[in-house]
Design a protein around this ligand. Sequence first.
Ligand SMILES: [Zn+2]
Length: 81
Amino acid sequence: MLYEQVTQLQLMVDEFKKEHKSPNPTSKLIQNQQRKKFRGFCYKCGLDGHVMHQCTSEANPTLVQEKLCAQSEAGRQHKEV
Ligand SMILES: [Zn+2]
């Protein structure tokens, strides 16, 4: 009796392993996107690599303004080419 139950359980585990053996390509893609480094900059302090709500630095409007100008400048150049 118990042996039968164990065999059934093992079959279920095998099925489970089969289902989870091939990784979902979609979830892999999402992982890659999350691993990608944040390319923007903070709108509060102007430093790269984090966003405003993660900011722990002091506000630097001058640097933010400079970055915004550089960004729109690059966008314009990109459009012309
Ligand atoms: Zn910041």
